[in-house]
Design a protein around this ligand. Structure first.
Ligand code: SDX
Length: 434
């Protein structure tokens, strides 16, 4: 029968026809409902088959219309728009609206969105007291995760997650306040006073203001760096069901407020295999230190001694389109900030890796983190801030995924099964006889 798969259970000889469900494309994203496997049993009291997929390498946890990635062809679309078009023609706030609402905003919609975000950038003065409690060398990602979770206590009404108007308000607050909290975490680590938002500046420009304003009366962001940061934010806004988006959906499925859900997603992003990779890329490039040491490190990575940070991807088995955009943008940033020898090492690392069969066979290409870290470092960010710079734009992605999950009638609290491999029923043995 069309649009089904037939499974024959060779243990019983029984045949089962399972319907195939499709998304937008016939050849990318077709699936069976795993629950349909449960009918495949040895006997009536058999629980039935499950699917086993550690790390969800081939499991669709949801239907989504937000972001499409074709890893084999190196394609990334937000709501149908190719990432290179958006990076070239749009702004982060406009892309954030698109990701959340599904359409590019009309002028009045954009004006309102911009007004709302601009006027929600301040945080309660008590947040500073909370932040001052951290050691001077506290990792800014640890500060961000805990401070975002703490915001949950300032907005108890946010728990009404099923109310669209409440969600709208909390989304404004989270998108607007992430740069403020991130900048305060940076200023705290530098022993500098916090800088208040400047409503005359754009999203990226105001962030630079809260980070780097010193004694001048009014901070004026460098236009090239402001645009570079805005493009970096566009590239990092969403990436379908990555580790942190999956965390946002899983935590969000038990219906807590969006602050603790975003904090949990940021915690997932903190990991060195995910959003923490850009920090590790810089540390790796610094450890390599010079061009002549690159072959030695390639050899060690191939021996499995360590992972070439910024290389490889669960989905992209081709060049990450975001890395390509950053690779082309980097020299424009360095014209302002000055040449960066780490870029030379990165390009040499990439050149060798793209020719080497170990990486080619495993389809390991540079990912977004490979170049973002070098650009952040050139702009003047300390390495520890890199995952924070990833979390700021990814907040809109997490919130869009969260909202889509809440509005999806298929969705319920996330609660996977397991393949149990432990002991069968056992008698209790008193300690004297163990
Ligand atoms: C992000 O999911 C997303 O969309 C994430 C992200 C987003 O926008 O949200 O794109 C952002 O997280 C980018 C990825 C950043 N992480 C890194 O750069 C860390 C280094 N890369 C890896 O650790 C790894 O590539 C992952 C975690 C990204 C993906 O790992 P997978 O899909 O689980 O693949 P794997 O670990 O099974 O590796 C397959 C093979 C293995 O070799 P064998 O055991 O088959 O011999 O490739 C090897 C791995 O050892 N391998 C690497 C490698 N990455 C994988 N070998 C050397 N260097 C690497 N970087």
């Amino acid at each position: 029968m069309e649009n089904t798969v037939t499974i024959i259970d060779n243990r019983t000889g029984k045949k089962y026809d399972l319907p195939i469900m499709y998304g937008t494309y016939k050849t990318y994203g077709a699936a069976i409902r795993t629950a349909d496997l449960r009918q495949i049993k040895l006997s009536e009291d058999d629980f039935g088959l499950m699917s086993y997929d550690p790390g969800f390498t081939n499991t669709a946890s949801c239907k989504s219309a937000i972001t499409f990635i074709d890893g084999e062809r190196g394609i990334l679309h937000y709501r149908g728009y190719p990432i290179d078009l958006l990076a070239g023609k749009s702004s982060f706030l406009e892309v954030a609206y698109l990701i959340l609402h599904g359409e590019l905003p009309k002028k009045d919609e954009m004006d309102d969105w911009k007004h709302q975000i601009t006027h929600h950038t301040m945080v309660h003065e008590h947040v500073k007291k909370f932040m001052d409690g951290f050691h001077h060398d506290a990792h800014p990602m640890g500060i961000l995760v805990s401070t975002v979770a703490a915001l949950s206590t300032f907005y108890p009404a946010a728990k009404k997650v099923r109310d669209p108007e409440t969600r709208r308000q909390e989304i404004y607050r989270l998108v607007a306040k992430m740069p403020t909290i991130a900048a305060h975490a940076y200023r705290h680590s530098m022993g500098l006073p916090y800088v208040y938002p400047d409503n005359d500046l754009g999203y990226a420009g105001n962030f630079l203001n809260m980070l780097f304003k010193m004694t001048e009366v009014k901070y004026e962001p460098d236009e090239v760096l402001e645009r570079a940061l805005d493009v970096l934010f566009i590239l990092h806004a969403d990436h379908e069901q990555n580790c942190s988006a999956n965390t946002m959906r899983s935590v969000g499925s038990s219906l807590p407020d969006p602050y603790v859900a975003v904090a949990s997603a940021a915690a997932a992003l903190y990991g060195p295999l995910h959003g923490g990779a850009n920090e590790q890329v810089l540390r790796m490039l610094r450890e390599i230190g010079s061009l002549d040491r690159v072959p030695e490190y390639i050899k060690r990575a191939k021996a499995g001694e360590f992972r070439l940070m910024g290389f490889g991807h669960r989905v992209y088995k081709n060049y990450d389109p975001r890395a390509r955009i950053l690779r082309e943008m980097a020299p424009k940033v360095f014209e302002v900030t000055g040449k960066n020898e780490l870029l030379d090492i990165a390009i040499e690392l990439e050149r060798i890796a793209l020719e080497d069969e170990y990486f080619v066979d495993r389809k390991l290409y540079p990912n977004v983190d490979f170049y973002s870290g070098i650009i952040y470092q050139a702009i003047g960010f300390p390495v520890a801030m890199f995952p924070v710079l990833f979390a700021i734009p990814r907040t809109i992605g997490w919130l869009a995924q969260w909202q889509e999950m809440l509005d999806d009638s298929d969705q319920k609290i996330a609660r996977p099964r397991q393949v149990f491999t432990g002991y069968d029923n056992r008698e209790y043995v008193p300690v004297s006889k163990r």
